[in-house]
Design a protein around this ligand. Sequence first.
Ligand SMILES: Cc1cc2nc3c(=O)[nH]c(=O)nc-3n(C[C@H](O)[C@H](O)[C@H](O)COP(=O)(O)O)c2cc1C
Ligand code: SF4
Length: 418
Amino acid sequence: MSDLFTPYRIGPIEIRNRTIRSAAFEGMCEHNSPSQELFDYHTAVARGGIGMTTVAYAAVCRSGLSFERQLWMRPEIVPDLKKLTDAIHAEGAKASIQLGHCGNMSHRRICGCRPYGASRGFNLYSPTFVHKMNLREIDEVVEAYGKAVELAIESGFDAVEIHAGHGYLISQFLSPYTNHRKDGYGGSLENRMRFMRRCMESVVKAGKGRVAIFVKMNTRDGFKGGMEVEDSITVARELQKCGADALVLSGGFVSRAPMYVMRGQFPVRSIVHYMPWSQWWLKAGVLLGGRIVSPTVPFKRLYFLEDAMKFRQALPDMPLVYVGGVTTRKDADKVIDCGFQMLQMGRAVLEDTDFVNKMKADENCCSGCEHSNFCIGRMYTLSMACHKTCKDITPALERNVQKTIRQNDRMERKLGYK
Ligand SMILES: Cc1cc2nc3c(=O)[nH]c(=O)nc-3n(C[C@H](O)[C@H](O)[C@H](O)COP(=O)(O)O)c2cc1C
Ligand code: SF4
């Protein structure tokens, strides 16, 4: 038996066990505001025994929005967020919110301006040209991080999770793949960390000691030319110095190596199925080029463990959170036994909101999620939902999901992952 079901104190809060529902974009925030669907979903996760649930992917300001159904932090949504955190607390869980900025992945129509990033480029998803952030825009985003933390505190959240990975804005500054700046924010790693440091100063000033400050970061970007483990360890040390309470160790880059984040196949069919016909050109593009742009990265249980262990060794006194491929009670125990203070789960809890209670009751408990990634495909246009409970799945789409599951199984057996 590991310490999985023992409480853990982090910053100013105590969490009832070591499990966290990872930030997995719900797509439940029409008009960029919380909805009944979001409320019901997170309440169910809290009831399912999780230690803390994370509301995903809230933009710190409008310019950081990528989706129509994505949260945007602003004073008018505080009363509804407060109802949400009250309901989560009533179930005995803690509430966290992921705060970020999509940078060069922001959507022109939704974010209300021409998207910007660390450097100029082209956003295939929008699709539009992206400009290099000027110093005023940098100052504005830095300030927005602090304001978003204040709003999260007002809304009753116990923790914030700063998104510094997956190729979103902070990660775009860190990565040599997206940062080609010649000023004090580009070039050496020291310079590329400057934007992150400034955002963290703003976050820490607003929230240190009032909420637990988690930072989700990359162990590596997942492709040649991106951040590798050695530099990421330097980033982790810097985050510790900046005042982060805990680091969540992930990887991957949405614009370049999205499946490195989650593993398995890019869900081309479900993305294309739910996309509106008004975006026929994007539908056609994803159908023809989706698998080329986002190649399959085979799924393996605990797929980030090897890299995460390097961080465990390099930062002995920093609380670390494991994420990636936790699918059984035994996996969860192993992660805690390896020295991680907490673990996050995305799909296992998405497939079954009661998964944590089931793990507690049965040490042989195993998730029914087969990483088909249908949920990801649907999330791009509608809300995230598992194919097993989704009401609008068509027979053809269900057949495609089953085919994906068979293909995954064959590939993983061939590679010796199963
Ligand atoms: C539907 C879905 C949406 C996701 N959205 C986000 C997100 O908004 N922010 C984030 O940091 N990670 C996101 N992720 C990644 C997860 O948080 C997690 O890092 C990843 O799925 C690996 O964990 P798992 O194997 O337990 O699912 C998402 C994953 C899924 C399946
Ligand atoms: S849709 Fe597939 S990947 Fe997503 S939770 Fe369900 S089984 Fe898991």
